[in-house]
Write a protein that binds this ligand. Sequence first.
Ligand SMILES: [Mn+2]
Length: 416
Amino acid sequence: MSRVRLLHFADAHIDVANYGRRDPETGLPVRVMDFLRALDFIINTALEEKVDLVLFAGDAFKDRHPTPTFQREWARRILRLVRHGIPVVLLVGNHDVSPSWGRAHTLELFRVFQVEGIHVVDRVSVLTPEDLGVPLYLIGIPWIHRSGLLAYLDISPRDPREWHEALHVWLEEFVHRALEEKPPNTPTVLLAHAMVPGAQAGWERLFSLDFEFHLPGGLVRDPRLDYVALGHVHKHQDLNPGQHPPVVYAGSIERMSVDEDEEKGFLLVEVEPGGSTYRWVPIPHLRPFLQRWVRVEQPEGATQQVLDALGPPEDLTDAVVRLVVECTPEVERALDWRAIYRHAEKALEFRLVKRVQREHRLRLPPDTPIAQYTPLELLEFYWRHQGKTPEEFEPLQELARRIIEAVEGAQGHDSA
Ligand SMILES: [Mn+2]
């Protein structure tokens, strides 16, 4: 019986440099060096383990406009694989593709140059063992944008719920047909960049507010599949634990924000018809991301209390640190902020969030029950109460409006 060994990784986002300075030797942001080091570790592991195939499940860059420098760094590393005889499948994620019809995506040049051994999946399609040169049958589902729906559907429904339903029917038929046509006793993989209901999402939620492309849970758990390699959600997780097939998000290769404090890694998978196994491999020596929180009630000894919460300065060295200080206006005046910054000066980046509690409470106009306000109106009261000007809060109101609309649009649908 045939068995294929593959490496599955996703969400490289190599040019996300949210924190820190530049590396003096390369001129690249220090954080980009972290991402490239993680990517090198993945490529080296593929070469050492001599896997049969590498699957990349989408989102190579921060957005669809990577600079030539970042494109070069990505291409160099992908080419190392094929030069050593390891084919690679590059799937297009939402950050790789423009929502406008006809624009090139960030992985398009690999297709244009037709590099031997590199397979770009930018539309729903099947790669056969002959295509891949590996005894594996692969169904690829890249991110589908609202504007890209017309490539699959000949209708143009207006309501997001209608799009989803029509697209799900189409996808289920496509996958069903592909599985009927697959050669017998051939390991079969679904490679997709999408949300799957039930996944624990993270930072990636901040994007894709308008049209959250997702796959039905039943489709990905089809037992005729032997492994489901997913990208998009940054937290590694198996959505079908202990069952066949494994339905696995690799997670991102590095941390995107201080909120993503979990380990990062990728998968080594042995795919076999009817029974695959995998091993999650963590990326070693990730830069520490530290979150500290302290509430200070009394001005006496306040600075020391904050320094204690931060911990010894050597623990902060080269780390990305976020400190939240909750205090009263009196304590705020008493704190030696300069000493606090000095304490954290060895950190790669130190972000300080002050939450000063004002005495008075938010007061709504009298005589109107709270239920008569919309959430947006209440939010506006809140901004005004915080002393924000319309200039400051209007962009936030707009973002809130989009979130509320997206949530309301998705209601009654996500439960499916
Ligand atoms: Mn994504």
